[in-house]
Structure formats: structure tokens, C-alpha cells
Design a protein around this ligand. Structure first.
Ligand code: DAH
Length: 372
């Protein structure tokens, strides 16, 4: 019985001493396998008397299976340790630095990753967002409207009935609505009263009409968006361009409020360096009307191709909302007055970046666009 205890003790020491799966496997024969004291003792059982044989045999069995269980537990521990160590060293490092280092044969291990190529918003979009921010900070809300408009919103409600000569200011793209649409290509002056004639909006002013039709004053809103005219592209004209419309309707609004608002805007957008002026003009939807100019950003007033020699570039029109427009949308012209403007965003982008030719904005040349 003593020898059994010693065999178990020896086996346990061997199992505990193994530091790896391989070492553990190697000690197995000596711990409780063929070369172990267990094997020897089992062999010598037959020399014992039958009663002793049974007793020692059972003790031998028990000690052995205990050791086997201990061995199994130890084996599981070591296997797990080794698996996680292997997972750690074989993990694929796909970070840019690691890949660079691998491609360079390890020599670039310390090199910083190359900067990722990132795009950015188009210059016109950046300017549009900045304009929105400026006017929001002045208390305006930002609205939008459809680019395909009907004759009513684009012209008639803005005091331009069919055949009104002012429609000639806008070289209009007409949409062919097919069967049932009366305002096809052969209708340069638009359809009937509120007919189905459709155009690509020639300005953002139709959204003024939509705003005033859908709610009562006070209204303080700006409307940025895309507009279309059948213009031949040149340094200062694009057939697809952007405007930001402004509309204020409230009690007691005067031309002084318009001038003050535009002053604040010029300060915020251009800074103190640029001069602006209001020049008497005509629009059917404002009375009085003015055009809004800033000093040319290319020649600074001397005269050049961009400003067609005048030293000033027109950013857009503005004025006091004509009472006829209030009548068309059902706002009480006795109680309310208002002002409005529509400025070209592309021109403002050009003014800010001293761009000589608006066509550069549409070429999508990444070498040009990436400067902004
Ligand atoms: N819609 C005009 C244009 O595109 C600009 C304009 C003038 C807008 C006067 C206005 C305004 O809101 O009051 O030429």
C-alpha cells in the first residue's frame, strides 16, 4: 500500500513538472503508463495473497484514475494557454503602418501612415452653407422649393401675367409635359391662368410665393437653391446657377430694414474690405427695386473682363415686395410690408475666392476644386 501511495506521489510530481503540452505527453508513460510504478505494481499483484491482491488492486485502480483525471485537467490548461499564445502571435495586423512596414520589408516600421485621401464639399456648397449660417444667426429660417415650377409661381404670382414684357428678362427652359400638358416647348410666354405649363425655375423667387401662400406673416426666410436660364455660359453667367432668396414680411418693414440687413450681410460674408451699393432698377415683383453690386474682386474697381469694365459686379436684385404680389397670395397689403432679394451664390463664391471665370465651378477639375 505504501508503494501505491509513492507511485501516485511520483506521478503527480511528473504531471505538475510538465511546462507544455509536449512535455506533459512525454511524461505520461512514466507517470501512469507502461513505464510507471503503476505498471510495475500491477505486474506484481499476482505475487500477493488473494485478499491483499483485491485490496491493493482496488487502491491501485483508484490512485491511477485520480492521477489520470489530474493529467486530463492539466492537459486542458496547457492546451488553452498555448492556443491563446498562438492566436496572439498569428493575429493579422492590417493597420496601415503595419502594411507599409510589411511592404517595405520592415524598414518603414516607424513611418507614419500616408494621409487618407478625403474629398470635401464643392466651393458653391461651402458658400451656400456659410450664407445659411449668416442668415440663421440673423433670425431667418432656411426654406426650399421645387426646381420644376409652374407658370403661376415662377411668373404670374410675381406680377408677370402671360405676355408681360418682363418675362423677357428670364430666358426660360420650358418643360414638355407631353399629352395634356399645354406648356410645351412652343409656349415661350407660358400657359394660361394657372395652367399646367411647367418651367425650370428661372430664379428662387417662386418659393417666396409658396411661402406666402402657405402661411401668414411674420415671415423671415432665406431660400437657397438651383436655378436655370437659357444663357450662353461666359465668365459671369452659367445656365445652371444658384441663388439665395430672402423674404421678410411683417408690420412696419421699410426700405431702411432692407439696406441694414444687406449691410450686416456684407460685413459678415465679405468682411470690411469690400464696398457694396444699391442701384435703382426694376423688377415686376418689387417697388421700389434695386440691384445690389459689390466692387469687382478681380480688378477692385478698375474694370476688367469679369465686371465687363464697370468695376462693379451685380450680385442680384432686391426691393420692397410689390402690393400686387401680396394680393396674388392673399396677404393684406394694407397691414403688411416686406422686402426681398435674390442673389447669385456662384457669384458670391467667385467674389470670395477672386475667381475670374464662373465656368471653372462646373468643370469638375479636381486640381481647381481642391484649392478651396
Ligand atoms: N428674382 C430676381 C432675379 O433672378 C432677383 C430678385 C429681385 C429677387 C428682386 C427678389 C427681389 O426677391 O425682390 O433676377
Amino acid at each position: 500500500m505504501n508503494a501505491v501511495t509513492q507511485a501516485a506521489q511520483r506521478g503527480k510530481e511528473l504531471v505538475e513538472g510538465a511546462r507544455s503540452v509536449a512535455e506533459l505527453r512525454a511524461v505520461e508513460p512514466e507517470a501512469f503508463g507502461k513505464r510507471s510504478a503503476f505498471a510495475r505494481l500491477t505486474g506484481s499483484l499476482r505475487d500477493l495473497a488473494p485478499t491483499e491482491r483485491r485490496e491493493v488492486g482496488r487502491a491501485l485502480q483508484e490512485a491511477r484514475s485520480e492521477l489520470e483525471a489530474f493529467f486530463g485537467k492539466r492537459m486542458a490548461e496547457l492546451e488553452e494557454q498555448e492556443a491563446s499564445r498562438r492566436a496572439g502571435s498569428e493575429r493579422l495586423d492590417l493597420s496601415e503602418t503595419a502594411l507599409l512596414a510589411r511592404w517595405a520589408g520592415g524598414g518603414l516600421a516607424e513611418a507614419p501612415p500616408s494621409p487618407a485621401m478625403r474629398g470635401h464639399l464643392h466651393l458653391v456648397t461651402q458658400v451656400r452653407e456659410e450664407l445659411e449660417d449668416i442668415f440663421v444667426s440673423m433670425g431667418f429660417e432656411v426654406m426650399e422649393g421645387p426646381e420644376a415650377e409652374d407658370d403661376w409661381h415662377n411668373f404670374q404670382a410675381l406680377n408677370m401675367p402671360p405676355h408681360h414684357p418682363a418675362r423677357g428678362m428670364f430666358d426660360t427652359f420650358y418643360l414638355d409635359l407631353g399629352e395634356g400638358g399645354s406648356g410645351g416647348q412652343g409656349a415661350p410666354e407660358g400657359g394660361g391662368e394657372r395652367g399646367p405649363s411647367a418651367v425650370l425655375r428661372t430664379h428662387t423667387s417662386p418659393v417666396q410665393v409658396r411661402l406666402m401662400e402657405s402661411r401668414q406673416p411674420p415671415i423671415y426666410a432665406v431660400v437657397p437653391g438651383r436655378c436655370y436660364r437659357r444663357d450662353t455660359p461666359d465668365a459671369s453667367h452659367l445656365p445652371v446657377f444658384h441663388q439665395i432668396e430672402g423674404l421678410v414680411v411683417d408690420e412696419g418693414i421699410s426700405m431702411g430694414h432692407l439696406a441694414g440687413t444687406l449691410d450686416a450681410f456684407v460685413q459678415a460674408f465679405f468682411g470690411p474690405g469690400r464696398r457694396a451699393r444699391l442701384r435703382p432698377s426694376f423688377f415686376p415683383f418689387t417697388e421700389p427695386s434695386a440691384e445690389f453690386d459689390v466692387t469687382c474682386w478681380v480688378c477692385h474697381g478698375v474694370g476688367c473682363r469679369t465686371c465687363t469694365g464697370s468695376g462693379w459686379v451685380e450680385l442680384g436684385g432686391c426691393g420692397m415686395v410689390d402690393p400686387a404680389v401680396f394680393d396674388a397670395v392673399g396677404i393684406d397689403a394694407e397691414r403688411y410690408t416686406g422686402f426681398a432679394w435674390g442673389f447669385g451664390i456662384d457669384r458670391m463664391a467667385a467674389a470670395r475666392t477672386s475667381l475670374a471665370d464662373l465656368r471653372d465651378l462646373l468643370d469638375n477639375d479636381i486640381r481647381f476644386l481642391s484649392q478651396f
